[in-house]
Design a protein around this ligand. Structure first.
Ligand SMILES: [Zn+2]
Length: 257
């Protein structure tokens, strides 16, 4: 039982020590095309966190988790009804307040396990803020690094599969198949972006984008080839990677040995 929220304050305090790692999954409730549920990023972050924390704990790592943050900064999907998003100021204040709260426990390590690409930049800023203000050692790891942030991308998506594409659709087909409607899954890859050498996803010049900048579908990727089998593979590698990363986070010391 590694969910701190299901323990009493006294039991959680007794279970934690300076070296304990607390994991907070960060997801989103946002438009993911006609074929995927709004909670896609939340479901993925939470499922990967539960499995990775269990796996690391079974291997002897002192790691615990908090319930995932479902509502985050999804302003890039603000135009779509059903997206529930916090302004960056609200989100930043929320993360810092969570850091302040974690700092009242004996644990000194807080890891954000992120399932929503739109949160990455803010999590970096919050990590440093929490480090400075409350002395926690902070970390950001990803259920899957999105292609626009250096992660892998399927060949057919040309490095542009950042939202509602092959990987995310396969993951939800694996985790919650009843929530996917493959009959409405449509390829929506902004291929014209490959014309640019410097500006683009994962290139040297980034750009501020909204998900309807590329067309009305809001999907950026190609979900049409998604399968539950691929989803199971992606989920398995995400869990092994995050579990191994948590083991390293538990012993990481920037000051040296
Ligand atoms: Zn997503």
């Amino acid at each position: 039982m590694r969910n701190l929220a299901e323990m009493s304050s006294a039991a959680a305090t007794a279970a934690l020590s300076r070296d304990s790692v607390i994991v907070l999954p960060t997801g989103a409730i946002e438009h993911h095309g006609p074929h995927l549920p709004l909670a896609t990023d939340h479901l993925v972050a939470e499922a990967v966190a539960i499995a990775a924390v269990d796996e690391a704990a079974a291997a002897g790592v002192d790691v615990w988790r908090l319930p995932g943050l479902a509502y985050t900064k999804s302003d890039e999907h603000h135009w779509a009804s059903g997206t529930v998003w916090l302004r960056w100021e609200t989100m930043m204040a929320t993360l810092v307040d969570i850091g302040r709260s974690v700092a009242t426990t004996p644990a000194r390590r807080l890891a954000f396990l992120n399932g929503h690409g739109g949160m990455s930049a803010l999590l970096q800023v919050a990590s440093r803020e929490i480090r400075r203000q409350f002395g926690l050692q902070t970390f950001v790891l990803h259920a899957a690094v999105p292609p626009d942030q250096g992660g892998p991308s399927a060949t057919g998506e040309l490095g542009l599969g950042v939202h509602g594409g092959l990987a995310e659709t396969s993951l939800i087909l694996h985790l919650r198949p009843e929530l996917v409607d493959m009959s409405t899954a449509v390829r929506s890859v902004p291929e014209h972006l490959t014309r640019y050498q410097h500006v683009g996803f994962g290139k040297s010049v980034s750009f501020g984008w909204l998900s309807d900048d590329f067309g009305p579908s809001g999907v950026i990727g190609d979900p049409t080839g998604a399968t539950a089998e691929l989803g199971a593979d992606l989920f398995g590698s995400a869990v092994s990677h995050c579990s191994a990363a948590l083991a390293e986070i538990a012993v990481f010391d920037p000051a040296g040995p």
